[in-house]
Design a protein around this ligand. Sequence first.
Ligand code: PHE
Length: 351
Amino acid sequence: MNDLDSLVDGAKAAFAQAATPAELENAKAVYLGKAGRITELMKGMAQLSVEEKKTRGAAINVAKQAVEAALQARRQALSDAELEQQLKAESLDVTLPGRRRQAGGLHPVSRTLERIEQIFASMGFDVADGPEIETDWHSFTSLNNPPNHPARSMQDTFYVDMKGADGIPFNLRPHTSPMQVRYAQQHVARHKAAVEAGGAMPEIRVIAPGRTYRVDSDATHSPMFHQCEGLWLGENVSFKDLKVVFTDFCRTFFESDDLVLRFRPSFFPFTEPSAEIDIQFQSGPLAGRWLEVAGSGQVHPNVVRNMGLDPERYIGFAFGMGPDRLTMLRYGVNDLRLFFDGDIRFLRQFQ
Ligand code: PHE
């Protein structure tokens, strides 16, 4: 075997070894590059006679063509293999059944919120929406909380890394009660002209459902949960009205005419007197137990004043209930976290 034959064999072996296009280009440079073996052979002909140059030149050319052909063949083989792999990876079994488009549905808590809104709307209540990031004044001060009230502590309330005009960080509202003051202030502003012209201010009757936040997490508490605030304020609204409205609401909501309510004395800085509202089913799996569903009370005079109203003239009640808990009671769900896990197997049951 002469030197050219073994050079061609060597090139074929090197190309065959190259597993990728990049490796193949490297192998090519060794043989056909500017400083490659074949270029070197060409340079080596300088000392030969004219006659020898002819035969040697022709032989080198034949060898070069053989190397180029081998290179081309290997390039083709590599790209065929790549295509083959790609086709395999992207293969599609057209005999598989199609994927059905799933119909979405309302989250169980959304269903409850819609239901609450419908029932209160039927009793003449407006539905209001408000910010989840609140000022210290709206969440606490306006609601008659003393400056060092524990509800303000970082153990209970989430704070945002940004300060309000008062120099106090904004909070993620720990209840929907700030909406009492926000809505009342808007209501007062809306009716200002009419009142100044000697007319009477229409009663405030509103609910404000929405998300609320507290540093709390277990089977019955989630750091994000829902509340629905209620406020009825006028010149002659009494605790009796609260009892009637809330009893009506609960009986309609749970579709149970014999549902019993209990107003249990309690304390909130923004109501006086205050009461927790417990309900009791007379039949079904929860019958006979008192279940707490809301806080409530007569709006405190200081809060009425912060609304921009005269507490000697305007009086009324407020309540705050937990739609998550109402949903748990209505459907018999025992772990609040299921509502927020997003597990489709759980959520599908409510469709
Ligand atoms: N904001 C109270 C709470 O979160 C509930 C409440 C609302 C109590 C309105 C009285 C009046 O517990």
